[in-house]
Design a protein around this ligand. Sequence first.
Ligand SMILES: C[S@@+](CC[C@H](N)C(=O)[O-])C[C@H]1O[C@@H](n2cnc3c(N)ncnc32)[C@H](O)[C@@H]1O
Length: 225
Amino acid sequence: MFFALRPRRAVLADVNARLIRTYRGVRNNVEDVIRLLRSYPHDSTFFYRFREANVDGGSDAEVAAWFIYLNKTGFNGLYRVNRDNRFNVPFGRYASPNICDESTLRACSAALADAELLVDDFEVVVAKAKRGDFVYFDPPYVPLSTTSSFTSYTSSGFGNAEQKRLRDLATRLKKRGVRVLLSNSSAPLVRNLYADGFDLIKVSATRVVNSKATARGSIVELLIK
Ligand SMILES: C[S@@+](CC[C@H](N)C(=O)[O-])C[C@H]1O[C@@H](n2cnc3c(N)ncnc32)[C@H](O)[C@@H]1O
C-alpha cells in the first residue's frame, strides 16, 4: 500500500522489530544492504547457519540483509518464528532466486526517505490519528481453516482476541473521522466481526505466500472499510 501510494507523509509500523529495522536499513544504508546481499551464496548449508545468526545484535543494514536473504531463499517466502523468536522456516526450492534486486532496493530506499518507522503495537501507533488521516491495517489473517492456521509472524501470535481488539479500534477510529481500510481473509470470523458498520469488498488475490502449495493461486479476500 505504501509503495503504491507513496504518500508525502507516512508512518509505517509493525510490532516485529526486524521488519521495521529492515525498512530502516534499506532507507538509510541501502548500499551496505546490497553489498551484504551480493556476498551471500544460495545454498542450504549457508541458509541453515545464517538463519541461526544473532541478527538482533547487528546493524540495521545487517538485519535488512538477513531478513531479505531469508525471505528470498526460504520456503515460499514465509516469515515464521518460534516462541524464542528464532526463524524456523526451512530452505526453499527456488532454482535461482533474485536475492539482490538492486534497482528495487534503491527505489524502496528513495520511497522510504521521509517515512516515519515505528516498532510498536497497532493501537499505540494510531492513538494520535485524527480526522482526515488514512489508516491501513494489514493484520495477520484469520485462518480459513484450523489446519491453515498461521499466525506466527511474531513469537506472541495474533489470535481471535487480537482480531477483536483491531475491529474495536477500527470502529473508534471511524467514529473520529479517520478513514480506515483493512484487509483480511474471508473467514466467517472476519465476516462476523465486521458485519455492522463496515463495508466488505471481495477481492480476488493471488497468494504466493502459503505453506500449502494446494492453497496457492487465486482466492477471495476481504477489503474492509
Ligand atoms: C500480513 S503481515 C503485514 C506485513 C507488512 N504490511 C509488510 O509487508 O511490511 C501482518 C503483520 O502484523 C504484525 N503484527 C502482529 N501483531 C501486531 C501488533 N499487535 N501490532 C502491530 N503489528 C502487529 C506482524 O508482525 C506482521 O508483520
